[in-house]
Design a protein around this ligand. Structure first.
Ligand code: ADP
Ligand code: MG
Length: 363
């Protein structure tokens, strides 16, 4: 077990005539035993970061520590970090059992220790009945379990997983996701899990590091990222259904600050709390962000009213319903309880939770 520390880590790929900046000055601490997710769209530098931690890719700049050792110049074997790949990377000419034992034989571990470790991962991953099979005869889900097993059998200090569910179908994805969570609970090994799927990150991680265009955007728990997103990218990338954005201009009515929708001049009075924020750094153009879960149809203390809306779309989804309301020329989605029904065309008022109104600088 160990913590992993990245200090100003940079990765530049150089080819004959171009340079690609894949990871830009990334600083991040992953705690001992933590389940950390790297989340971001394709191409943002997630895999490059994992490959630098495991030692498969040279670090252009900066330092990586595992525990208190700088590992920049250590070989992958010396780092005691294991990685399970998106493509499984199993040896097709070996049986499942031989694949699992391969990393142990390579290290010259004695036979009885090999068998003891084998039994442990076989039990954990429930793969006893496929030990003599060839990987090419297995289903995707079985191959994925063997790939996890081959990484775990090394008893690494840190376990890295690169999009482990991306080639599985939906039902297997859900069961494998809970298996990975269970493995983490049993082993309490530091895990770094890469995904572009926010739901995976939200359901698994202790903390999530959100990346975009080679840069870290924000690190935090799911609550922190949902309730206090640092910028529009994070606000938009996390949360289901996605956050509502409205382009506004900040204005004054008598002495009170108001937000004026850019499209329609519809105005909202700003709650005092937000006025204080705004007075400090007066900005003209702002983007109002409000999550569909933070809006009510009934008045409540601590909520700001938006009157005269019309229901555009009502989606009955079983556990909760999605209602899209046109208000001041903007479509705003609201999540309600399953028992709340609305008719399309119905007149409604919306109430936004003051504490959950986000104001962003248009970038
Ligand atoms: P992610 O895993 O988030 O999809 P990657 O780390 O694979 O992102 O890639 C980050 C960027 O680096 C992308 O622009 C990608 O095209 C580029 N890249 C990745 N590997 C190489 C490589 N071996 N040579 C050149 N460019 C690369
Ligand atoms: Mg990748």
């Amino acid at each position: 077990m160990a913590e992993v520390t990245l200090k100003d880590v940079r990765k530049v790929y150089k080819s004959q005539n171009e340079e690609v900046l894949a990871v830009k000055d990334l600083s991040l601490e992953i705690r001992d035993g933590e389940f950390m997710c790297f989340l971001g769209p394709s191409g943002c530098g997630k895999t490059s970061t994992l490959r630098m931690i495991v030692g498969l890719e040279e670090i252009t700049n900066g330092e990586i520590y595992i525990g208190d050792r700088i590992v920049n110049d250590l070989t992958p074997q010396e780092r005691n970090v294991a990685m399970s790949f998106e493509t499984y990377a199993l040896y097709t000419h070996l049986t499942v059992k031989e694949n699992l034992l391969f990393p142990l034989k390579a290290r010259g571990l004695n036979k009885s220790d090999q068998q003891r470790r084998l039994r442990k991962v076989v039990d954990m991953l429930e793969i006893k009945d496929i030990l003599d099979r060839s990987p090419s005869s297995l289903s995707g889900g079985q191959q994925q379990r063997v790939s996890l097993g081959r990484a775990l059998i090394r008893q690494p200090d840190v376990f890295l997983l690169d999009e482990p569910l991306s080639h599985l179908d939906v039902s297997l994805r859900i069961s494998t996701r809970s298996r990975i969570k269970r493995l983490h609970n049993q082993l309490s090994t530091t895990m770094i899990y890469v995904t572009h799927d926010q739901l995976e990150a939200i359901s698994l991680a202790d903390r999530i590091a959100v990346m975009n265009f080679a840069e870290l955007q924000q690190v935090g728990t799911r609550e922190e990222l949902l309730d206090r997103p640092k910028n529009i990218f994070v606000a938009d990338f996390i949360g289901e259904p996605p956050i509502n954005f409205v382009n506004c201009k900040l204005d004054k009515n008598d002495d009170k600050f108001v937000l004026r929708f850019k499209n329609s001049h519809y105005t909202i009075e700003l709650p005092e709390k937000l006025e204080k924020v705004i007075k400090k750094e007066y900005i003209e153009d702002v983007i109002l962000g409000i999550r569909p879960h933070d809006i009510l149809f009934r008045e409540k203390k601590g909520y700001v009213g938006l009157e005269n809306g019309t229901v555009e779309i009502f989606e009955f989804l079983g556990e909760e319903n999605h209602v899209t309301v046109n208000i001041g020329g903007e479509s705003i989605t609201v999540v309600t309880d399953a028992k709340d029904y609305f008719k399309e065309g119905e007149k409604v008022d919306l109430y936004l939770s003051q504490d959950k109104i986000h104001l962003f600088d248009p970038e």
